[in-house]
Write a protein that binds this ligand. Structure first.
Ligand code: APR
Ligand code: ZN
Length: 259
């Protein structure tokens, strides 16, 4: 693995417009479960309850969502882990073009990546939106309304249905963000995937857009992904350990001058 860490560090030193693409795996060391690992969210909740159709048509599905949100208040209390800070250090070096994330946990922003450099393809759980009057409210404010038997809060303004400002299955991704992420992916020189199964589209097209436009591809993930065969570097392991190791190596290479 040391060899692969050194190789990724060399690619980082040689690159200027790096995109880091993250999935839930970058946040598991912050205490937020991912979706498809054993014990992940889809082993406890039915993804069918998180389709927009079901969410709008069934109070039960909305109860399930609020129960999950109330339980995963980890989300609210979660702090960035060393992987997030390593990514933020790329920004500090002036090498990060942007982070394209599938995550809705706000941890890239909390670790110091400016909000306008975090392209959130699946929205953000910081807030909920009313499907009727389109007003937005901070999620924690609404969670305080969720009582033990998981009452389903509705819009304080018009009593309409409140939905997380995260993209549910079957829902259109934020089109402006999706277009910008696609454009950026095709212009970067290094595309680093961290903590994703790369199974959910259209987000999972991003690494392919980048590689097809000539970018080098690196993947840091605990388990195999369908794009491993296309990557120049594949590092199997925990992002919270690997990424600080990569940045230590970047610092060493930069201080020892051009190779
Ligand atoms: N370090 C590196 N990789 C990790 C770590 C870690 N500490 N923890 C987990 N992983 C890996 C897992 O092995 C898995 O391959 O991260 C990946 C997480 O994959 P998923 O759970 O499928 O999450 P993600 O790829 O983000 O899912 C995409 O699916 O359900 C939807 O909207 C949801 O945004 C999500 C989308
Ligand atoms: Zn409303």
């Amino acid at each position: 693995m040391t060899e692969q860490i050194e190789l990724l560090a060399r690619l980082i030193v040689r690159s200027q417009t790096i995109i880091v693409f993250t999935g839930a795996g970058v946040s598991t060391e912050s205490g937020i479960p991912d979706f498809r690992s054993p014990g992940g969210i889809w082993s406890k909740y039915d993804p069918e309850d998180f389709t927009i159709q079901r969410f709008v048509s069934s109070t039960e599905a909305r109860r399930s969502f609020w129960k999950m949100s109330a339980e995963s208040t980890l989300l609210a209390g979660a702090e960035p882990n060393p992987a997030h800070y390593a990514i933020a250090e790329l920004h500090g070096l002036g090498k990060l073009d942007c982070v394209i994330t599938q995550n809705i946990d706000d941890l890239h922003q909390k670790s110091g990546v400016p909000d306008n450099m975090v392209l959130e393809l699946h929205g953000n759980m910081r807030r909920v939106v009313c499907l009727d009057c389109r007003n937005r409210f901070p999620l924690p404010d609404m969670l305080s309304e969720v009582s033990e038997e998981t009452r389903v809060p509705d819009c304080p303004g018009c009593r309409g249905i409140l939905k997380p400002d995260a993209v549910l299955f079957g829902e259109q991704l934020p089109i402006v963000t999706l277009r910008e992420a696609t454009r950026r992916a095709q212009q970067c020189d290094l595309f680093i995937v961290i903590g994703s199964t790369l199974m959910v589209y259209p987000a999972a097209y991003m690494p392919t857009y980048a590689a097809s436009a000539g970018a080098r591809l690196a993947i840091v993930n605990l388990t195999d992904t369908p794009l491993d065969h296309e990557a120049e570097v594949v590092i199997r392991g925990r992002a919270g350990e690997i990424m600080p190791g990569v940045m230590n190596c970047v610092r060493r290479l930069r201080s020892s001058g051009p190779d």
